[in-house]
Design a protein around this ligand. Structure first.
Ligand SMILES: C[S@@+](CC[C@H](N)C(=O)[O-])C[C@H]1O[C@@H](n2cnc3c(N)ncnc32)[C@H](O)[C@@H]1O
Length: 200
């Protein structure tokens, strides 16, 4: 659990005086609660799984397995340095969205997208994937943990449109049987498709 320092206001007059002095100092700005820069720099909470990048050849393997194309919106939930959304845009013509809890990785992803000239085709959101909205995805990619896949599974089935593809590197979805498993070259990748809902 990440804990924040108490607000200067909570520490009484000395804190308030210090804050006012800072605010009035030349060139100094005090971030308010709605300041986007301050929000982006703040860890939301501890990550559920530590950062480990998917090898680039496996990224391509995942996107090929999902048959990603120019009409797709590819969401990577827990997007690390942004390599999956960026590759989806650069090599498959899709649009990409990364959801990432670590603000440093969001900054890195944005720099990577900018360097690749893809800033208009990919977006990175500093959010907790368990709180984030992703219902406009046509493809969702995951490299998490088995228990996190299982925790996410009811939302995937409820909120994604039928036909949306879900691809996971390494970890399955319990008794939700994948449509395909690609185990080439030591990497195991699973593909599911959101089934039609009753009455649709
Ligand atoms: C194993 S890494 C995979 C990174 C990337 N998807 C890739 O394949 O290269 C998992 C990522 O999920 C992020 N993460 C962990 N818990 C999260 C959460 N609750 N919400 C958003 N991101 C989270 C971690 O910071 C880390 O970058």
């Amino acid at each position: 659990m990440v804990r924040f320092s108490p607000s200067p206001f909570a520490r009484g007059g000395a804190g308030l005086a210090l804050l006012l002095a800072l605010a009035l100092a030349p060139g100094c700005t005090v971030a308010g609660p709605s300041d986007p820069a301050a929000q982006a720099a703040r860890p939301l909470r501890a990550p559920d799984v530590r950062y480990e990048p998917t090898p680039q050849r496996v990224v391509r393997q995942m996107l090929r397995l999902a048959e990603v194309g120019p009409g797709d919106v590819v969401y990577d939930l827990g997007s690390g340095d942004g390599r999956i959304p960026i590759t989806a845009a650069r090599e498959f013509g899709a649009r990409g969205v990364g959801i990432e809890i670590d603000p440093e990785l969001i900054r890195k992803s944005e720099a990577n997208a900018h360097a690749a000239g893809l800033a208009d085709r990919v977006a990175f959101r500093h959010e907790d994937l368990f709180e984030a909205r992703f219902s406009d995805a046509t493809v969702v990619t995951l490299f998490l943990y088995p228990n996190l896949n299982l925790r996410l599974r009811p939302r995937l089935l409820r909120e994604l449109a039928p036909g949306t593809r879900v691809v996971s590197y390494w970890h399955d979805m319990g008794d939700w049987k994948p449509e395909r498993i690609d185990s080439a070259r030591r990497a195991t990748i699973y593909l599911w498709r959101i089934p039609p809902r009753a009455g649709e």
